[in-house]
Design a protein around this ligand. Sequence first.
Ligand SMILES: Cc1cc2nc3c(=O)[nH]c(=O)nc-3n(C[C@H](O)[C@H](O)[C@H](O)COP(=O)(O)OP(=O)(O)OC[C@H]3O[C@@H](n4cnc5c(N)ncnc54)[C@H](O)[C@@H]3O)c2cc1C
Length: 392
Amino acid sequence: MRNREKILVSGGGLAGLIAAVAFGDSGYEVLCIDPTDENKFKKVDLRTTAYLQPSQLFLQKIGVWPLVQHSSTPLEIMRIADIAGEKLTVKDFNSSDISDAPFGWNVRNLDMREGLLARIKALPNVVFETGLSTASTTSRSTMARVTLSNRRIIDCKLLIAADGRDSPIREQAGVAMKRTEFDQSALSFSVTHELPHNNISTEVHKVGGPFTLVPLPDFEGKPSSAVVWMDKTEDINNIKTLSPTAFNAAITQRSGAVLGKLTSVTNCAKWPIISQLADHFFAERTAFIAETAHVVPPIGAQGLNLSIGDIETLLKLAKSSSDDIGSLTVLKKYHKIRRPIAQSRVIGVGLLNRASKADGPIAARARALGLNAIHNIKPLRHALMQLGIGLR
Ligand SMILES: Cc1cc2nc3c(=O)[nH]c(=O)nc-3n(C[C@H](O)[C@H](O)[C@H](O)COP(=O)(O)OP(=O)(O)OC[C@H]3O[C@@H](n4cnc5c(N)ncnc54)[C@H](O)[C@@H]3O)c2cc1C
């Protein structure tokens, strides 16, 4: 199948690249652009992403998963530990309770990026150019006209804005968004540890936000995990200045030593914690996807998974509209389907974050009671697990 309608994807972060591959795989002519030099991604993005079941299936469908599978680690159990109260509370949520497959698979962002670039190379109808950005856009009812930073003009049926949380395209379109600041930041880095992770992802709650360990393949023969440590921005800034020895002691202590002694094996990158939701997920001839449309704190692996849902929906709608992939009808339907889903995630993850960062014995007791209730009431536990991985 060949469909020669031109699509411009503005932004070559993970979401933009996945969109380029997905539409290219369906036969559309796609140009994806990003101003960032490829080497910068290698230096900056030390994160990993847990691809939940629906995302993994979609990546399989568009030919990406076989290229990254070898570097993925399955997540079979999600363990939640609360070390704030007088008593340690630990609850396990096992994927076998609700499915034959793991909850998800953890992949380093750099490995996923490499897989996506390899898939793009294999698609003759997809071009990815770096060192280029969208300078301005105008639209008519039949097409969008995009002027690039090198003054090249691109006319396209559909402009997919994947240009991030501060999206210039969204701003130029005058679409408002609601932003919540949490006065928290996250540190992401990788560690080795004394005890094996046994494919268990562990979220340790105390105060300030969760400390999450997500399994990775062994590193230099030792068990390894990716860490996201969320805490008050002031505390994160102080932690970043610690010497390597003091840093390793601090992370071991904050983890409650659930995996024994932790040793950091990468640099660490700091990310601000916000949530954000655009009022509209479209403008004329333009679809807003991923962080252009929504941002959630990194709890429960929701962010990029939500974005992959955007791409899957937009592709389905485009394919079912035989005549015009960027028509107002398609874009309105996209908005109507995706915005409520994103809104519920922004609200849900925001509440989890507030519960996790709450300080003091009363908050710790409330968290323990809530966790016990969710874990002990089987239908509630199953429903929340299914919701969490996007099966509901
Ligand atoms: C610590 C941390 C851990 C996370 N863990 C998970 C997880 O386990 N699971 C999960 O689902 N999500 C997770 N997330 C969320 C996930 O990482 C993000 O959703 C995702 O990386 C955002 O990708 P994006 O492509 O939307 O945006 P970005 O990566 O910000 O990409 C936007 C791109 O647009 C480009 N751009 C900007 N301006 C222009 C322009 N004018 N023209 C063209 N291009 C432009 C930028 O250069 C950039 O490359 C995590 C987030 C954090 C902070």
